[in-house]
Design a protein around this ligand. Structure first.
Ligand SMILES: C[S@@+](CC[C@H](N)C(=O)[O-])C[C@H]1O[C@@H](n2cnc3c(N)ncnc32)[C@H](O)[C@@H]1O
Length: 260
Protein backbone atom coordinates (compact mmCIF):
# COMPACT_ATOMS: atom_id res chain seq x y z
CA UNK A 1 0.00 0.00 0.00
CA UNK A 2 1.29 3.46 -0.89
CA UNK A 3 1.63 5.75 2.12
CA UNK A 4 -0.25 9.06 2.05
CA UNK A 5 3.05 11.00 2.17
CA UNK A 6 4.32 9.12 -0.93
CA UNK A 7 1.06 9.82 -2.75
CA UNK A 8 1.39 13.52 -1.88
CA UNK A 9 4.97 13.74 -3.08
CA UNK A 10 4.02 11.96 -6.35
CA UNK A 11 1.21 14.47 -6.84
CA UNK A 12 3.63 17.36 -6.35
CA UNK A 13 5.76 16.11 -9.25
CA UNK A 14 2.81 15.36 -11.52
CA UNK A 15 1.21 17.69 -14.00
CA UNK A 16 -1.42 17.39 -16.68
CA UNK A 17 -1.14 16.61 -20.33
CA UNK A 18 -4.62 17.55 -21.50
CA UNK A 19 -6.97 15.75 -19.09
CA UNK A 20 -4.37 13.08 -18.21
CA UNK A 21 -2.21 13.31 -15.12
CA UNK A 22 1.43 12.64 -16.07
CA UNK A 23 4.81 12.87 -14.32
CA UNK A 24 6.18 16.41 -14.71
CA UNK A 25 9.28 15.17 -16.53
CA UNK A 26 7.21 13.36 -19.17
CA UNK A 27 5.03 16.29 -20.26
CA UNK A 28 7.58 17.99 -22.55
CA UNK A 29 8.14 14.80 -24.60
CA UNK A 30 4.39 14.34 -25.05
CA UNK A 31 3.94 17.99 -26.11
CA UNK A 32 6.85 17.71 -28.54
CA UNK A 33 5.20 14.67 -30.16
CA UNK A 34 2.00 16.67 -30.74
CA UNK A 35 3.79 19.50 -32.52
CA UNK A 36 6.04 17.17 -34.54
CA UNK A 37 2.86 15.58 -35.90
CA UNK A 38 1.09 18.81 -36.80
CA UNK A 39 3.99 21.11 -37.83
CA UNK A 40 3.45 20.95 -41.60
CA UNK A 41 -0.26 21.69 -41.33
CA UNK A 42 -0.09 23.94 -38.27
CA UNK A 43 -0.72 27.28 -40.00
CA UNK A 44 -3.56 25.92 -42.13
CA UNK A 45 -5.16 24.34 -39.05
CA UNK A 46 -5.01 27.66 -37.16
CA UNK A 47 -7.07 29.29 -39.89
CA UNK A 48 -9.53 26.41 -40.09
CA UNK A 49 -10.04 25.94 -36.34
CA UNK A 50 -10.45 29.61 -35.51
CA UNK A 51 -12.19 30.58 -38.78
CA UNK A 52 -9.35 33.06 -39.27
CA UNK A 53 -9.91 34.68 -35.84
CA UNK A 54 -6.36 33.89 -34.70
CA UNK A 55 -5.25 36.67 -37.05
CA UNK A 56 -7.34 39.25 -35.16
CA UNK A 57 -6.05 37.92 -31.81
CA UNK A 58 -2.46 38.19 -33.07
CA UNK A 59 -3.20 41.74 -34.30
CA UNK A 60 -4.25 42.62 -30.73
CA UNK A 61 -0.93 41.21 -29.50
CA UNK A 62 0.94 43.26 -32.10
CA UNK A 63 -0.85 46.43 -30.95
CA UNK A 64 0.24 45.66 -27.37
CA UNK A 65 3.87 45.07 -28.40
CA UNK A 66 3.81 48.29 -30.43
CA UNK A 67 7.28 48.09 -32.03
CA UNK A 68 8.75 51.53 -32.84
CA UNK A 69 8.22 52.72 -36.42
CA UNK A 70 11.39 54.81 -36.18
CA UNK A 71 14.92 53.49 -36.63
CA UNK A 72 15.30 52.93 -32.90
CA UNK A 73 16.68 49.41 -32.25
CA UNK A 74 14.00 47.06 -30.84
CA UNK A 75 14.55 43.40 -30.05
CA UNK A 76 11.74 40.92 -29.51
CA UNK A 77 11.98 37.39 -28.18
CA UNK A 78 9.01 35.30 -29.32
CA UNK A 79 8.95 32.19 -27.13
CA UNK A 80 7.05 29.09 -28.28
CA UNK A 81 7.21 31.01 -31.54
CA UNK A 82 6.68 27.89 -33.68
CA UNK A 83 6.35 28.84 -37.33
CA UNK A 84 7.31 32.47 -36.67
CA UNK A 85 3.92 34.15 -37.16
CA UNK A 86 4.22 36.70 -34.33
CA UNK A 87 7.90 37.41 -35.01
CA UNK A 88 7.25 38.20 -38.67
CA UNK A 89 4.26 40.42 -37.85
CA UNK A 90 6.33 42.44 -35.34
CA UNK A 91 9.22 42.84 -37.78
CA UNK A 92 6.81 43.90 -40.55
CA UNK A 93 5.19 46.51 -38.27
CA UNK A 94 8.43 47.87 -36.78
CA UNK A 95 11.20 50.12 -38.10
CA UNK A 96 14.34 48.98 -39.90
CA UNK A 97 16.13 48.07 -36.64
CA UNK A 98 13.37 45.81 -35.29
CA UNK A 99 14.58 42.23 -34.90
CA UNK A 100 12.93 39.08 -33.57
CA UNK A 101 14.27 35.84 -32.12
CA UNK A 102 11.92 32.87 -32.27
CA UNK A 103 12.57 30.25 -29.56
CA UNK A 104 10.91 26.85 -29.67
CA UNK A 105 12.06 23.33 -28.67
CA UNK A 106 10.40 21.79 -31.72
CA UNK A 107 12.73 21.49 -34.71
CA UNK A 108 9.85 20.69 -37.10
CA UNK A 109 7.95 23.87 -36.19
CA UNK A 110 11.21 25.86 -36.49
CA UNK A 111 11.94 24.33 -39.91
CA UNK A 112 8.54 25.47 -41.22
CA UNK A 113 9.20 28.91 -39.69
CA UNK A 114 12.62 29.22 -41.37
CA UNK A 115 11.10 28.32 -44.75
CA UNK A 116 8.35 30.92 -44.29
CA UNK A 117 10.82 33.60 -43.22
CA UNK A 118 12.97 32.95 -46.30
CA UNK A 119 9.95 32.87 -48.64
CA UNK A 120 8.66 36.16 -47.20
CA UNK A 121 12.13 37.79 -47.10
CA UNK A 122 12.25 38.20 -43.32
CA UNK A 123 15.39 36.18 -42.72
CA UNK A 124 17.52 39.33 -42.32
CA UNK A 125 15.55 40.23 -39.17
CA UNK A 126 14.12 36.98 -37.77
CA UNK A 127 16.35 34.34 -36.14
CA UNK A 128 15.12 30.86 -35.16
CA UNK A 129 16.67 29.23 -32.08
CA UNK A 130 15.97 25.80 -30.61
CA UNK A 131 15.29 26.30 -26.91
CA UNK A 132 12.92 25.87 -24.02
CA UNK A 133 10.90 28.62 -22.29
CA UNK A 134 12.13 27.25 -18.95
CA UNK A 135 15.83 27.84 -19.74
CA UNK A 136 16.30 30.54 -22.37
CA UNK A 137 19.79 30.54 -23.92
CA UNK A 138 20.24 34.33 -23.59
CA UNK A 139 21.85 36.70 -21.08
CA UNK A 140 19.88 38.82 -18.58
CA UNK A 141 18.19 41.93 -19.95
CA UNK A 142 18.78 41.04 -23.61
CA UNK A 143 15.34 41.97 -25.02
CA UNK A 144 12.92 44.90 -25.19
CA UNK A 145 9.81 42.72 -25.44
CA UNK A 146 8.85 39.09 -24.82
CA UNK A 147 5.87 37.47 -26.53
CA UNK A 148 4.37 34.02 -26.09
CA UNK A 149 1.26 33.20 -28.14
CA UNK A 150 -0.71 30.02 -27.45
CA UNK A 151 2.48 28.58 -26.02
CA UNK A 152 2.58 28.98 -22.23
CA UNK A 153 -0.01 26.25 -21.54
CA UNK A 154 2.32 23.72 -23.19
CA UNK A 155 5.21 24.51 -20.84
CA UNK A 156 5.51 22.02 -17.93
CA UNK A 157 6.75 24.53 -15.33
CA UNK A 158 4.93 27.77 -16.12
CA UNK A 159 6.31 29.64 -13.10
CA UNK A 160 9.88 28.83 -14.20
CA UNK A 161 9.12 30.13 -17.72
CA UNK A 162 7.68 33.37 -16.28
CA UNK A 163 10.83 33.93 -14.20
CA UNK A 164 12.92 33.37 -17.35
CA UNK A 165 10.77 35.91 -19.21
CA UNK A 166 11.49 38.44 -16.47
CA UNK A 167 15.22 37.66 -16.51
CA UNK A 168 15.75 38.12 -20.27
CA UNK A 169 13.79 41.40 -20.44
CA UNK A 170 15.62 44.67 -19.84
CA UNK A 171 14.23 46.94 -17.11
CA UNK A 172 11.26 48.65 -18.80
CA UNK A 173 10.75 45.59 -21.02
CA UNK A 174 7.28 44.37 -21.89
CA UNK A 175 5.85 40.84 -21.39
CA UNK A 176 2.85 40.02 -23.61
CA UNK A 177 1.09 36.67 -23.59
CA UNK A 178 -1.82 35.49 -25.70
CA UNK A 179 -3.59 32.38 -24.44
CA UNK A 180 -6.93 30.67 -24.60
CA UNK A 181 -9.19 31.50 -21.71
CA UNK A 182 -12.42 30.28 -20.12
CA UNK A 183 -15.57 31.03 -22.09
CA UNK A 184 -18.13 32.15 -19.55
CA UNK A 185 -20.76 33.82 -21.71
CA UNK A 186 -24.05 31.91 -21.16
CA UNK A 187 -25.08 30.18 -24.37
CA UNK A 188 -21.68 30.60 -26.02
CA UNK A 189 -20.18 28.22 -23.41
CA UNK A 190 -22.20 25.17 -24.52
CA UNK A 191 -21.66 25.94 -28.19
CA UNK A 192 -17.92 26.35 -27.62
CA UNK A 193 -17.74 22.99 -25.79
CA UNK A 194 -19.60 21.26 -28.60
CA UNK A 195 -17.34 22.83 -31.19
CA UNK A 196 -14.05 22.25 -29.42
CA UNK A 197 -14.59 18.68 -28.19
CA UNK A 198 -16.26 17.38 -31.35
CA UNK A 199 -15.45 19.47 -34.37
CA UNK A 200 -11.83 20.44 -33.70
CA UNK A 201 -10.53 16.83 -33.34
CA UNK A 202 -12.55 15.92 -36.46
CA UNK A 203 -11.03 18.79 -38.46
CA UNK A 204 -7.63 17.74 -37.06
CA UNK A 205 -8.17 14.18 -38.28
CA UNK A 206 -9.25 15.35 -41.76
CA UNK A 207 -6.39 17.81 -42.23
CA UNK A 208 -3.44 16.29 -40.36
CA UNK A 209 -4.58 12.68 -40.00
CA UNK A 210 -4.38 13.11 -36.22
CA UNK A 211 -7.40 13.72 -33.99
CA UNK A 212 -5.46 12.99 -30.75
CA UNK A 213 -3.10 15.94 -31.18
CA UNK A 214 -6.07 18.28 -31.41
CA UNK A 215 -7.86 16.60 -28.53
CA UNK A 216 -4.77 17.48 -26.44
CA UNK A 217 -4.94 21.11 -27.60
CA UNK A 218 -8.59 21.40 -26.60
CA UNK A 219 -8.11 19.66 -23.25
CA UNK A 220 -5.02 21.72 -22.41
CA UNK A 221 -7.07 24.90 -22.87
CA UNK A 222 -9.51 23.70 -20.19
CA UNK A 223 -6.68 22.93 -17.74
CA UNK A 224 -5.03 26.34 -18.08
CA UNK A 225 -5.55 28.74 -15.12
CA UNK A 226 -8.28 31.39 -15.44
CA UNK A 227 -7.02 34.90 -16.38
CA UNK A 228 -7.07 36.23 -12.79
CA UNK A 229 -5.08 33.24 -11.51
CA UNK A 230 -2.60 33.54 -14.37
CA UNK A 231 -2.22 37.30 -13.70
CA UNK A 232 -1.27 36.38 -10.10
CA UNK A 233 1.43 34.05 -11.46
CA UNK A 234 2.77 36.87 -13.70
CA UNK A 235 2.96 39.18 -10.67
CA UNK A 236 4.70 36.45 -8.63
CA UNK A 237 7.44 36.31 -11.28
CA UNK A 238 8.20 39.97 -10.53
CA UNK A 239 6.24 41.84 -13.20
CA UNK A 240 4.43 45.10 -12.48
CA UNK A 241 1.42 46.86 -14.04
CA UNK A 242 -0.04 43.42 -14.81
CA UNK A 243 -3.27 43.54 -16.79
CA UNK A 244 -5.38 41.34 -19.03
CA UNK A 245 -7.98 41.90 -21.67
CA UNK A 246 -10.51 39.38 -22.89
CA UNK A 247 -11.07 38.88 -26.61
CA UNK A 248 -14.02 37.33 -28.49
CA UNK A 249 -16.29 36.48 -25.55
CA UNK A 250 -13.32 35.38 -23.43
CA UNK A 251 -12.21 32.68 -25.86
CA UNK A 252 -8.78 34.26 -25.64
CA UNK A 253 -7.06 36.54 -23.11
CA UNK A 254 -4.23 38.96 -23.78
CA UNK A 255 -1.97 39.34 -20.72
CA UNK A 256 0.55 42.08 -20.20
CA UNK A 257 3.18 42.94 -17.60
CA UNK A 258 6.27 45.12 -17.33
CA UNK A 259 9.70 44.58 -15.88
CA UNK A 260 9.79 47.82 -13.91
C1 LIG B 1 0.18 26.29 -30.37
S1 LIG B 1 1.86 26.50 -30.86
C2 LIG B 1 2.00 28.26 -30.96
C3 LIG B 1 2.91 28.73 -32.07
C4 LIG B 1 2.90 30.24 -32.33
N1 LIG B 1 3.26 30.99 -31.13
C5 LIG B 1 1.58 30.72 -32.85
O1 LIG B 1 0.89 31.45 -32.14
O2 LIG B 1 1.24 30.38 -33.98
C6 LIG B 1 2.69 26.10 -29.38
C7 LIG B 1 4.20 26.04 -29.50
O3 LIG B 1 4.73 25.85 -28.19
C8 LIG B 1 5.94 25.15 -28.35
N2 LIG B 1 6.41 24.64 -27.04
C9 LIG B 1 6.05 23.51 -26.40
N3 LIG B 1 6.73 23.37 -25.25
C10 LIG B 1 7.53 24.47 -25.14
C11 LIG B 1 8.48 24.91 -24.18
N4 LIG B 1 8.74 24.21 -23.07
N5 LIG B 1 9.15 26.07 -24.42
C12 LIG B 1 8.89 26.81 -25.51
N6 LIG B 1 8.00 26.44 -26.46
C13 LIG B 1 7.33 25.29 -26.28
C14 LIG B 1 5.55 24.06 -29.33
O4 LIG B 1 6.67 23.40 -29.88
C15 LIG B 1 4.73 24.87 -30.34
O5 LIG B 1 5.51 25.34 -31.39
Amino acid sequence: MVAASERLSAMATDTHFGFRQVPLDEKQGLVDEVFHKVARRYDLMNDLMSAGLHRAWKDAMLTAVNPPKSDRPFSLIDVAGGTGDIAMRVVAAGGTKTTATVVDPNTDMLAVGRERATAQAYDHAVTFVEGNAEALPFPDGAFDAYTIAFGIRNVPRIEVALKEAYRVLRPGGHFVCLEFSTVDVPGLEALYDLYSFNLIPAIGRAVTGDAEAYRYLVESIRKFPKPEAFATMIRAAGFGRVAHQSLTGNIVALHSGWRL
